[in-house]
Write a protein that binds this ligand. Sequence first.
Ligand SMILES: *[C@@H]1O[C@H](CO)[C@@H](O)[C@H](O)[C@H]1NC(C)=O
Ligand SMILES: *[C@@H]1O[C@H](CO)[C@@H](O)[C@H](O)[C@H]1NC(C)=O
Ligand SMILES: *[C@@H]1O[C@H](CO)[C@@H](O)[C@H](O)[C@H]1NC(C)=O
Ligand SMILES: *[C@@H]1O[C@H](CO)[C@@H](O)[C@H](O)[C@H]1NC(C)=O
Ligand SMILES: *[C@@H]1O[C@H](CO)[C@@H](O)[C@H](O)[C@H]1NC(C)=O
Ligand SMILES: *[C@@H]1O[C@H](CO)[C@@H](O)[C@H](O)[C@H]1NC(C)=O
Ligand SMILES: *[C@@H]1O[C@H](CO)[C@@H](O)[C@H](O)[C@H]1NC(C)=O
Ligand SMILES: *[C@@H]1O[C@H](CO)[C@@H](O)[C@H](O)[C@H]1NC(C)=O
Ligand SMILES: *[C@@H]1O[C@H](CO)[C@@H](O)[C@H](O)[C@H]1NC(C)=O
Ligand SMILES: *[C@@H]1O[C@H](CO)[C@@H](O)[C@H](O)[C@H]1NC(C)=O
Ligand SMILES: *[C@@H]1O[C@H](CO)[C@@H](O)[C@H](O)[C@H]1NC(C)=O
Ligand SMILES: *[C@@H]1O[C@H](CO)[C@@H](O)[C@H](O)[C@H]1NC(C)=O
Length: 570
Amino acid sequence: MEAFRRTPLLLSLLLSLLSTATATSFKPNISYYIDCGATKAIDFSNDSPPRIFKADDDSNLLSDNNSISLSNPNNSSTVSLYSTARASYSIFTYKFKMHPNTSNVLRLHFLPFSAPSHDLSTAKFSVHALNYILLDNFTVSDTASPTIKEFFLWTDSSDLEVQFIPQSKSIAFVSAIEAFIAPQEMLSDLNPTLIGDAAKPINGLLGNQVLETMYRVNMPGPLITPENGTLWRTWFTDDPYIYYADASNKTSVSTSLNYVPSLGSSEEIAPDAVYNSARIINVSDVQFISNPGFNINVTWGFRVDSGYQYLIRLHFCDIISETNSLDNGLVFTVYIMDYLALKNNLKISEHTTYPQEPFYIDFIAHVTSAQNITVSIGLDTTDSTKKNALLNGLEIFKVNNLTTNSRTLKKNHLAVILGATIGGVIVIALILSCIVVVSIKKQHQKHTPEVKETSHLLWSPMTGGVNSIDNSSKSGGATTIGASPRVDLGLLISFAQIKMATGNFDEKNLIGVGGFGKVYKGVLSNGIEVAVKRASSRSQQGFPEFQTEIEVLSQIRHRHLVSLIGYCDE
Ligand SMILES: *[C@@H]1O[C@H](CO)[C@@H](O)[C@H](O)[C@H]1NC(C)=O
Ligand SMILES: *[C@@H]1O[C@H](CO)[C@@H](O)[C@H](O)[C@H]1NC(C)=O
Ligand SMILES: *[C@@H]1O[C@H](CO)[C@@H](O)[C@H](O)[C@H]1NC(C)=O
Ligand SMILES: *[C@@H]1O[C@H](CO)[C@@H](O)[C@H](O)[C@H]1NC(C)=O
Ligand SMILES: *[C@@H]1O[C@H](CO)[C@@H](O)[C@H](O)[C@H]1NC(C)=O
Ligand SMILES: *[C@@H]1O[C@H](CO)[C@@H](O)[C@H](O)[C@H]1NC(C)=O
Ligand SMILES: *[C@@H]1O[C@H](CO)[C@@H](O)[C@H](O)[C@H]1NC(C)=O
Ligand SMILES: *[C@@H]1O[C@H](CO)[C@@H](O)[C@H](O)[C@H]1NC(C)=O
Ligand SMILES: *[C@@H]1O[C@H](CO)[C@@H](O)[C@H](O)[C@H]1NC(C)=O
Ligand SMILES: *[C@@H]1O[C@H](CO)[C@@H](O)[C@H](O)[C@H]1NC(C)=O
Ligand SMILES: *[C@@H]1O[C@H](CO)[C@@H](O)[C@H](O)[C@H]1NC(C)=O
Ligand SMILES: *[C@@H]1O[C@H](CO)[C@@H](O)[C@H](O)[C@H]1NC(C)=O
């Protein structure tokens, strides 16, 4: 009842601080909505706010020589935005002019169809932007409904170039593109809470990251579409993700919510329809009274790729308590991947000033091997008056650190080792992988982002013309060598032998350092002179790339090139 004891002065202050949500719909001052391959614009008057998707045909956004516009011959089946596509067997690029130093939303739409002599469902391609690999070796299998990929990209300069790079002999395509300035409060830095030991603080500001939206969910629903949400986003219902729906109840209110833009809540962060509905725990007072220790979790699971950091944003609005005061507001437990997400229970009153005030909390989790990110809410059993828990919405973003640069480094690196042999001396390369779980874990703490820069500097003086940006990204995207899960070439050499050969990796035997790790000179017990390349856990490259490299090298035989004589994987 605390809120009702406030003085009229405070109440009027309160009212002036609160946003009149529906009136202030965000309209980006720079935006591009492109219907790729189309010849005339499409009016999306039902979108909120309404917008027009322009044909890319005569826009000067597209630069290439060879791309084609394709139309779906089955004209009864598809939504008009998806009845055409831009496609090519060579690289094509869209160039957008944005603002310097802003975060932007980039949404790529794909709906494959079969046009005469071009079947888009077989397309395999990569998408690069701002030196990041947004989509790698990408295929779209769903021909029934569009696949939409959303990214947040920070532009230092005003240029945002989005490059579509088909794999050799394949076609690349895109159905529609949205690019617009993001509301800057969306990625403001609230110091995301780290989940578990493997999570590392993100490097720099949240807004500077390249994020890929993996999930955007409205608990418990309804579905929110570009027509009835904000920023033309889709929020899916949580039905496919909830583990035991019977453990929960759905609840919603129709009263207006108290956004406080100055405290970071707004309809752009998440719309009314997210905050005015929630999943709560299906528990009755009766259960509490008869069994005070009674507890139950409501859990959701979201499948993600391992080996990445994820930003997990949980949206809350206490719509079931009368006020947000400590006595009346909810207090409950939040778990992420079985970790207690917050040191203590989540107390709504510590995060809000007003009743029914939306807010969110950001978390960073590093997914090592688990395939699902699980999120649970549970009751606070320490106080019998705190009778429930709730979750209104959730977003999961993958923190993308896959740069085209790291691909370039790999190439330069090879070029240098291989180039070093030209001039008569035959050096035999021995590739050594020291992917030891223990050493990776130890080195995790030391993982620093500047490794990339340093190694680039070390290698670049010797690469002489091998890598113009275009070349490297082209070849990076066109890498089609499949990495098998396990290399088996009969070239296994023991770690002990390699330690012996290199004098236990004596620094005086160091002949190079690359994005991948260090290269040592060594002599095997049979007298063969070798170069030993040791993978570092700080490397930009992952194990699959390393395996690919071993496979490629093992197949190459050329008098100017070193050849692979073995590898170690201990
Ligand atoms: C457009 O919006 C961005 C961020 O929202 C802002 O930084 C910029 O000054 C605006 N530009 C104009 C011309 O209004
Ligand atoms: C088009 O092709 C010409 C000749 O091959 C080339 O010089 C030019 O850079 C190409 N333009 C684009 C935008 O790819
Ligand atoms: C496409 O539409 C036109 C006109 O509506 C119709 O004549 C034609 O048969 C349609 N083609 C297909 C493949 O459905
Ligand atoms: C046209 O679309 C309909 C409905 O999606 C589908 O059943 C039919 O197979 C399609 N026809 C062709 C030729 O692709
Ligand atoms: C962008 O931000 C950087 C770093 O804060 C600054 O040096 C640069 O001048 C800014 N660029 C523009 C165009 O504002
Ligand atoms: C938004 O529109 C979709 C249909 O396009 C509908 O299913 C959904 O219930 C609507 N959501 C809200 C919050 O109005
Ligand atoms: C992961 O979550 C999905 C729901 O998103 C669920 O169907 C699946 O069983 C979960 N997998 C595991 C291993 O828990
Ligand atoms: C809540 O639990 C009761 C049993 O305690 C069950 O009858 C009811 O169906 C559950 N509610 C929902 C929405 O699953
Ligand atoms: C959940 O719904 C069931 C009926 O399906 C009802 O008996 C129960 O009281 C509800 N629990 C809460 C906490 O609203
Ligand atoms: C709720 O989930 C957490 C984390 O997985 C677990 O430690 C706890 O035992 C669960 N509580 C109940 C009542 O299942
Ligand atoms: C690309 O995808 C195909 C299957 O879709 C796979 O066989 C191949 O290994 C992948 N290549 C790379 C470089 O990831
Ligand atoms: C990306 O980050 C993850 C987690 O921090 C790390 O394991 C991986 O090696 C990084 N990849 C690149 C290419 O930097």
